[in-house]
Design a protein around this ligand. Structure first.
Ligand SMILES: *Cc1c(COP(=O)(O)O)cnc(C)c1O
Length: 371
């Protein structure tokens, strides 16, 4: 056995994406106790910065000490009680996982399906709400990473609210990459991830709960079945002015990394971060289209940070991806489910969304495809 030195790659898949050197260097700083006053004030700043990127005043805004999937599970574990009827919009892999969460926590999932590659349809959601007046929650994915489709979260939340449902929104890939206004759009519960458009390492899930979600949580008749994810307990650790009693040992150095990545977004400005993702997407799109490569998703609902393109006829999917990795240290993503072998998913997320990556990807792909 010897020390592990990973190869230096350019990460342009569906995540993890390139981590900024400032984040990597922050993580190498000395570990301190997670109840140390210096750590506690760093965490208070982190919570404020999360409110900034989520565009919310929600007090219950914090990082869950685990990856995006745990943020998803936190929302469903706390908000779904046995017997609750939940409308789950599915237009890709992550919507399917939401349904799985509902079922596992004893909820009754009503599925609204859209084609993979299309955004979630507000009309279909409204029809389902009319048919199910006893539903109490609507869940959907804002940015479906499995297909590259962006859904209109603002409209979907408005429809849910009209039928008195609270919303659970997956913003793992959207946060930092496209416009997302938690308070203005009246999103009730939202979770994200550190490893996509925040330029940070994998392993942390920022979440935010608004008043209506907190009210549903505090009115629960049954305790939350997950001890680790039970927010009523975690709040004693993370909450404003909380006693900071021991709940679990925070991943101290990973949180230094999150703090640095959020500081960088504050310096850039969240709106500028959205704009950068859009501009780099346009450059990549122009280059790919000039090579004759077509997109899976219609222009109006394309994610700038996740470009799903159709593999040209006669091209071997795995061979191209292997050559990009071995000859250019460039990782792009494969297709999932029905799209396996049919599409590539090219990420331009966070620190990976920059000019030199666009150029590298276009020239490497051009070279490998011509060969
Ligand atoms: C990546 C992703 C997740 C899961 O995040 P992990 O950090 O891999 O657990 C959930 N939802 C969406 C839309 C994602 O892209």
């Amino acid at each position: 056995m010897q020390s592990f030195y990973p190869p230096v790659r350019t990460l342009m898949g569906p995540g993890p994406s390139d981590v900024h050197p400032r984040v990597l260097s922050a993580m190498a700083r000395p570990t301190i106790g997670h109840l140390d006053p210096a750590f506690v004030s760093m965490m208070d700043e982190t919570k404020k910065a999360l409110q900034y990127v989520f565009k919310t005043e929600n007090e219950l805004t914090m990082p869950v000490s685990a990856p995006g999937s745990a943020g998803m599970e936190t929302c469903f574990a706390n908000l779904v009680e046995p017997g609750d009827k939940v409308i789950v919009c599915i237009n890709g892999v992550f919507g399917m996982r939401m349904k799985e969460n509902v079922t596992r926590f004893g909820g009754n999932a009503v599925v609204v399906e859209d084609n993979w590659g299309d955004p979630v349809s507000a009309t279909r959601l409204e029809d389902a709400l009319k048919d199910n007046p006893d539903a109490s929650i609507v869940a959907f994915v804002h940015a479906e990473t499995s297909t590259g489709a962006l859904s209109d979260a603002k409209t979907l939340c408005k429809v849910a609210r009209k039928y008195n449902c609270i919303t659970i929104v997956d913003a793992v890939t959207s946060l930092g990459g496209v416009e997302l206004l938690v308070d203005e759009w009246e999103i009730d519960a939202i979770y994200s991830g550190s490893q996509k458009c925040l330029s940070a390492m994998p392993g942390i899930s920022p979440i935010s709960f608004g008043e209506r979600a907190v009210a549903k949580l505090s009115k629960r008749k049954t305790p939350v079945t997950s001890w680790f994810l039970d927010l009523t307990l975690v709040m004693g650790y993370w909450g404003e002015g909380a006693k900071r009693s021991y709940h679990h040992t925070a991943p101290v150095n990973t949180l230094y990394g999150l703090h640095e990545s959020l500081l960088m977004i504050r310096e850039e400005g969240i709106e500028n971060s959205w704009l950068r993702h859009q501009q780099n997407h346009q450059k990549l799109r122009d280059g790919l289209e000039s090579m004759g490569i077509k997109f899976l998703v219609k222009a109006e609902s394309r994610l700038p940070q996740l470009n799903t393109v159709i593999i040209p006829d006669g091209i071997d999917d795995a061979d191209v991806r292997n050559r990009l990795l071995n000859e250019y240290n460039l990782e792009i993503g494969a297709g999932l489910g029905a799209y396996a072998g049919k599409v590539w998913r090219i990420g331009l997320m966070g620190y990976a969304s920059r000019n030199e990556n666009v150029t590298l990807c276009l020239s490497a792909l051009n070279y490998v495809l011509r060969k």
